[in-house]
Design a protein around this ligand. Structure first.
Ligand code: B1M
Length: 209
């Protein structure tokens, strides 16, 4: 079987060790890290998402698939991140309050790092207070927020309001993203930018510099 097909099947089945092996094999066959990410890991996770939505699989299966995705990403990450290159800016990033989805946010973090930004990843379920504290402490160029649930996307507005209250809103550019977030929504809540994927996040950051 073609290596990428095997990788996808193993990711969907949540076989982290196999995924690690498949990613290493794909690299040794000369496939680029970007191709393995786009055509393998992300496509497989898309299939997982569709099956989850259709109630063909449930949270435990999705969780082990997510773990397998992270296992693959861990191998690719150093290949995206250039060592010793002077950083062109800093981004504080996190998934908003009440939301535990981090695969997309992690991809954005890897791509931003690869593009030469210093990334401070706060993790998941980050409260407005924590975002504000991090902006105060780190003085980043960008604040990136990710939300995957329609019930948590409004937390982004809470963060923006909290930044205003802290007198920090004009000190940082706010970038938003995640499946339910749209350009219109981002504009409505007063964010500076929106991206629908990780590469788009890098593009918008470069544009806003
Ligand atoms: Co959740 N989940 N989930 N889930 N989950 C969704 C989001 C859902 C759409 C599935 C569905 O029912 N159709 C649905 C949300 C419905 C809605 O609100 N409209 C849903 C639900 C309901 C839930 C629970 C409530 C389920 C339950 O418990 N009953 C629960 C909530 C938990 C919580 O957060 N409080 C839950 C739990 C989970 C798991 C823990 C099992 C797992 C998360 C594991 C993890 O992340 N570590 C999970 C997963 C994996 C998914 C799906 C299947 C896949 C998400 C994903 O990782 N996609 C998802 C279905 C789907 O999206 N199709 C689903 C791959 C990833 C690469 O894409 O995250 O979109 P994505 O990120 C992209 C872009 O959006 C963008 O770039 C990324 C890379 O290209 N992007 C940004 C993301 N952040 C960005 C930030 C930016 C810019 C771009 O700037 C800063």
């Amino acid at each position: 079987m073609h290596n990428i097909e095997a990788l996808k099947e193993n990711l969907i089945a949540g076989k982290a060790d196999e995924v690690r092996k498949n990613v290493k094999e794909a690299l040794s066959l000369g496939l680029s890290a970007q191709t393995i990410l786009d055509e393998g890991l992300v496509k497989a996770m898309d299939i997982v998402g569709k099956r989850f939505k259709a109630n063909e699989i449930y949270v435990p299966e999705v969780l082990i698939a997510a773990r397998a995705m992270h296992a693959g990403m861990d191998i690719l990450k150093p290949l995206f991140v250039k060592q010793g290159v002077k950083k062109i800016g800093k981004i504080v990033i996190g998934t908003v309050s009440g939301d535990l989805h981090d695969i997309g946010k992690n991809l954005v973090a890897v791509m931003m790092e690869g593009a030469g930004f210093e990334v401070i990843d706060l993790g998941v379920d980050i409260s407005p207070e924590k975002f504000v504290d991090a902006v105060r402490k780190e003085k980043p160029t960008f604040l990136g927020m990710s939300a995957l649930l329609t019930t948590t996307m409004l937390s982004m507005l809470k963060v923006i309001n909290a930044l205003k209250e802290a007198g920090l809103r004009d000190k940082v550019k706010v970038i938003t993203g995640g499946a339910p977030v749209s350009r219109e929504f981002a504009k409505e809540i007063g964010a500076d930018g929106y991206a629908d994927d990780a590469r788009g996040a890098v593009e918008i950051a470069r544009k806003l510099m």
